[in-house]
Design a binder for this molecule. Structure first.
Ligand code: ADP
Ligand code: MG
Length: 241
């Protein structure tokens, strides 16, 4: 399997503060990579750089050999990268299906018909186990439902690479297990490559192939889940000693 993404010396400075500091990693096609680290370690900023929401201060991001750093979010989306947001922000007055259909329509890399957008939305809702009934509104969704809706909106754009930001936030144990299984199924059934960001290790560790651990914007460990979990630097960061 080929390399999907190559990140090299990627850096983001906000004024004098360096939020992401010369990070580098490779992502193989079909892989699930866990990107973990405490709050404020630069995880969401890394996603913002890959997704085109922020231009890098330095370094490169290559998607299948092509430099994508500094492209707009729309351009990056059309190249097949979709992301979820840590804090879901659906259109609350619309139905679930309408929210996902809008993402399908505007995220498609070519002009698609409304019925095609509808079809892609239904498919994404089925994948995320949300109701496809066109009358169900967003208002009634709890934390787990909103996280699924975030995933469905990203999947409706038919990405090759999914950036999932804190899909477990606000979920209980059982919901966390379900969310982990869902990401695993999405990769297996659709062949979608995934970078999964969490600030806790937990259930993520049983699903990801490899982990990259960030602390203060720098990579402190990379490797198999069981390797990084026992890495002294990672243990120190997580135990705060
Ligand atoms: P994480 O997702 O790992 O919790 P973030 O990537 O959101 O961390 O943030 C990393 C650091 O960069 C934090 O200290 C945060 O306050 C800072 N930061 C993030 N975005 C901005 C911004 N737009 N302007 C200034 N500082 C920012
Ligand atoms: Mg974050």
């Amino acid at each position: 399997m080929g390399t999907m993404l190559e990140v090299r010396d990627l850096t983001k400075r906000f004024g004098g503060f360096t939020a992401v500091d010369r990070i580098g990693f490779d992502l193989a096609e079909g892989e699930i990579l866990g990107l973990i680290g405490p709050n404020g370690s630069g995880k969401s900023t890394t996603f913002n750089l890959i997704a085109g929401a922020l231009p890098p201060s330095a370094g490169s991001i290559k998607l299948e050999g092509r430099e994508i750093g500094g492209l707009s979010p729309t351009e990056v989306c059309h190249l097949g990268i979709a992301r979820t947001y840590q804090i879901p922000r659906p259109f609350r007055k619309l139905t679930i299906l309408e929210n996902v259909a809008l993402a399908a329509y505007f995220g498609a890399n070519r002009l698609i018909s409304r019925s095609e957008a509808w079809k892609r939305a239904e498919d994404a809702l089925t994948l995320t186990q949300l109701p496809t009934d066109p009358s169900v509104r967003v208002d009634g969704l709890g934390a787990a439902g909103l996280k699924k809706l975030e995933l469905a909106r990203a999947l409706a754009t038919q990405p090759r690479l999914l950036l999932a930001d804190e899909s477990l936030g606000g979920l209980d144990e059982q919901e966390m297990d379900q969310a982990a299984d869902m990401l695993s199924d999405i990769r297996r059934e659709r062949g979608i490559t995934i970078i999964w960001v969490e600030h806790i290790m937990g259930v993520l560790m049983r699903v990801v192939d490899r982990c990259v651990v960030l602390d203060h914007g720098e990579i402190i460990a990379t490797g198999l889940p069981q390797e990084v979990a026992h890495d002294p630097k990672v243990v120190e960061v997580y135990l705060g000693t």
